[in-house]
Design a protein around this ligand. Structure first.
Ligand code: T6T
Length: 324
């Protein structure tokens, strides 16, 4: 048996040289599954991923669900697994609910990196737990991002008063960590009360009506932290609809063009831009490195660019505004 295997692999080796299908020449297919397809954050991530795929001659397949929800993401993941790509990059829409579906990919021999969000506790390749099998996590430092938001909002409201977090839903690693980082940092401001978090299910309209409802209950509301793109956009719209522009201060996570317009108009004080193109670029590069036999780091952290009135018109900032 051993002998037969050796002969077979030798034969394959010969064929590979003759056909010139060495690993480095192979056109790899790398799938990128975003949290949802119609979100400027993931559209920008895709652009970075496409740029890297072009650089290494890989094919990028971008396939995702219509909303940020495991119920719509898991069938997309199953369909991608069935096509047997060489690598899966995915932003899991829930820390727990994507573990088993992703295990299926790992069991099928498809290597995985999670981008933006994580499964389990986000610490991979430790040999412990049931969710450490992805090779790497490539993302912003969301705890830090939440702390930056808290400091900015505290400053905007004069370090006193009432604020709240407009958030997506519990179970999403990124937005959970932003809220955690925000609340921890807010403990340094004893004169600021953080009201109960409002969960909007990634629906900007819901975030806008929640802002008005919180304001109706708290006429002395001073500020809101929108913990992702739709939360921030919705909360800002709610402030405007309530006629409170400049009175209820808004700190936004994410930087689509609409938020930048709102900084110019004074509706939003500051936006914390992530670097989604960088996440996509390094996601593909790490996948390619692994596929060509190189080792890769288990975590890659990407940065932030804070945008406010003082730098919003700066040309160097423009590349951090998300693509639509
Ligand atoms: O904030 C990003 C992303 O980091 C988060 O995981 C989900 O929401 C966004 O896509 C923005 O909508």
């Amino acid at each position: 048996f051993l002998k037969a295997t050796a002969v077979a692999s030798l034969a394959t080796g010969v064929a590979a040289v003759a056909g010139s299908t060495k690993a480095a020449d192979k056109k790899f297919t790398i799938a990128l599954i975003p949290g949802l397809t119609t979100d400027a954050f993931y559209i920008t991530m895709r652009k970075g991923a496409e740029a890297a795929a072009k650089a290494v001659g890989a094919e990028l397949v971008f396939q995702g669900g219509p909303d940020f929800n495991p119920v719509t993401q898991v069938p997309v993941l199953d369909a991608v697994i069935a096509k047997k790509p060489d690598f899966i990059l995915i932003a899991p829409t829930d820390k727990d609910q994507l573990i088993q579906p992703l295990k299926k990919a790992a069991d099928a021999g498809i290597p995985i990196i999670t981008v933006d969000t994580f499964i389990g506790n986000g610490v991979y390749q430790t040999g412990s737990g049931d969710a450490d099998f992805p090779l790497a996590y490539i993302a912003s430092d969301n705890l830090l991002g939440g702390a930056i938001a808290a400091r900015a909002l505290a400053k905007a409201v004069g370090e006193k008063g009432k604020v709240y977090v407009s958030n997506v839903k519990p179970g999403v690693s990124t937005t959970d960590q932003r809220e955690q980082g925000f609340k921890e940092e807010m403990k340094k401001y004893p004169n600021i009360t953080v009201l109960e978090t409002q969960y909007n299910d990634d629906d900007a309209n819901k975030a806008a009506s929640q802002l008005q409802a919180v304001f109706a209950r708290n006429s002395d509301l001073d500020g809101v932290f929108g913990a992702n793109l739709f939360s921030a956009l919705g909360a800002a719209n709610g402030v405007q609809q309530a006629g409170q522009t400049g009175k209820i201060r808004v700190v936004a996570f994410d930087a689509p063009t609409s938020i930048v317009d709102n900084i110019n108009s004074g509706l939003v004080d500051l936006a914390i831009a992530q670097h989604p193109a960088e996440i996509g670029y390094f996601g593909v590069m790490a996948a390619y490195a692994h596929l060509t036999g190189n080792s890769i780091p288990t975590a890659i952290g990407t940065g932030f660019t804070v945008i406010d009135k003082s730098n919003v018109a700066d040309k160097k900032i423009a590349k951090f505004i998300y693509s639509d």
